[in-house]
Design a protein around this ligand. Structure first.
Ligand SMILES: [Cu+2]
Length: 370
């Protein structure tokens, strides 16, 4: 590839960029279709990987707010290199011919050893260019290193050999893809479960090592809905090259739909398992499973059909309705010997989750947990 065509290539890069955009639109169209069809699982077609139009040798479409600075410095450096390369080569060729050894052309002795104006010029101009590039690069670096406040935080885990994305609602993306809303600052808090990986989204011009036992961060603000490629950019073992996936930038509203969808999906597990999760999340601080008393009575003693004494002296038979009432309206009936301090989970736990909790409590005493 000749250096000159590299400069011109920036123009082609634009049309290649459009191709990515189109592929992205197709993808999000397919996604909408999937949603309409009521499918729980959306599988983004990996158009961005298959469409040869997106396999550009040049800079891919820029789709985040911080890309401009990276691009012009990068292209500027290439332009400068080409300029110097051509200039120096031309000078070498010119001097070689002009001062070649030939009859009637004597070498002047002693040869000139010093030229102040020349020395100053070729020191000063490169120095100015270097300082300029440094300041421009440094400002861009500071931008990239400083996530805006109140950015949406998504946790990223590098694993041999895939990425795991965990959203603020605690749910992982089921397909190992990253989904984000358009025009919203996103901060990725990243760590690795095993070796060092490197998280790379070319379209956003961001790349950062993902290291075990510490957190690194990246931020971006996507400017166009679409599907963009994502890589691991640090050799991390046998299937390193398989750590490619996509980032889906959603139209306004699409991200919330997506979150609701994966949350719903995460609930599609056996009720007792779901209940165990809810127990771990919400109840474990006050209720044990082993018979010991914390703030509240242990769930081990909560046997369906058993009798419980209340503070008002009455006695009730434990059934599903009693457990449900204890969760949504804990003060309605308070166990004798315990404070009426349990918070209500009304609005926190959906019916499905409450059913899960009930199934979990039942399973504690039917022998299935042993
Ligand atoms: Cu990796």
């Amino acid at each position: 590839m000749s250096v000159l065509s590299s400069l011109m290539g920036t123009m082609q890069a634009d049309s290649a960029g459009q191709a990515v955009g189109q592929a992205a639109q197709q993808a999000s169209g397919a996604e909408q279709a999937a949603t309409q069809a009521g499918q729980a699982v959306i599988n983004i077609p990996k158009t961005a990987w298959q469409d040869p139009g997106t396999n550009t040798f040049w800079l891919p479409e820029a789709a985040s707010v911080t890309t401009d600075n990276v691009d012009w410095i990068y292209l500027g450096l290439i332009g400068l290199s080409i300029f110097c390369f051509i200039g120096i080569t031309a000078a070498v060729v010119y001097f070689t011919i002009k001062y070649r050894q030939r009859p009637g052309h004597e070498r002047p002795l002693p040869s000139p050893s010093h030229n102040n104006p020349l020395e100053i010029t070729w020191t000063l101009i490169p120095a100015i260019i270097c300082v300029f590039l440094f300041v421009a690069g440094w400002r861009g670096y500071v931008d990239l290193a400083t996530p805006p406040q109140h950015a949406l935080e998504i946790s990223v885990t590098g694993l041999k050999w895939k990425w795991k994305f965990t959203y603020p609602n605690g749910v992982d993306d089921p397909n190992g893809e990253l989904h984000v809303p358009v025009n919203r600052s996103v901060r990725l808090v990243m760590s690795s479960n095993d070796v060092i990986h490197s998280f790379f989204i070319p379209a956003f011009r961001i790349k950062q090592d993902v290291v075990p036992q510490r957190y690194t961060q990246l931020w971006f603000k996507a400017t166009q809905p679409g599907v963009y490629r994502m890589y691991c950019a640090e050799y991390c073992g046998l299937e390193h090259s398989q750590m490619k996936t996509v980032i889906v930038v959603h139209e306004p509203g699409g991200y919330a739909d997506y979150l609701a969808r994966i949350e719903e999906q995460a609930l599609n597990i056996p009720p007792a398992e779901l209940g165990k999760k809810m127990y771990d999340n919400y109840c474990i601080a006050c209720h044990t499973l082993d018979g010991t008393t914390k703030v509240g009575p242990s769930f081990k003693d909560l046997v369906l059909g058993g009798q419980n004494e209340m503070t008002d002296g009455s006695s009730i038979v434990v059934d599903e309705n009693y457990i449900r009432e204890s969760i949504v309206e804990p003060q309605a009936k308070v166990r004798k010997g315990y404070p009426a301090s349990m918070p209500s989970f009304k609005g926190v736990l959906s019916d499905k989750k409450i059913n899960g909790v009930i199934a979990f409590i039942k399973s504690l005493n039917d022998g299935s947990q042993q």
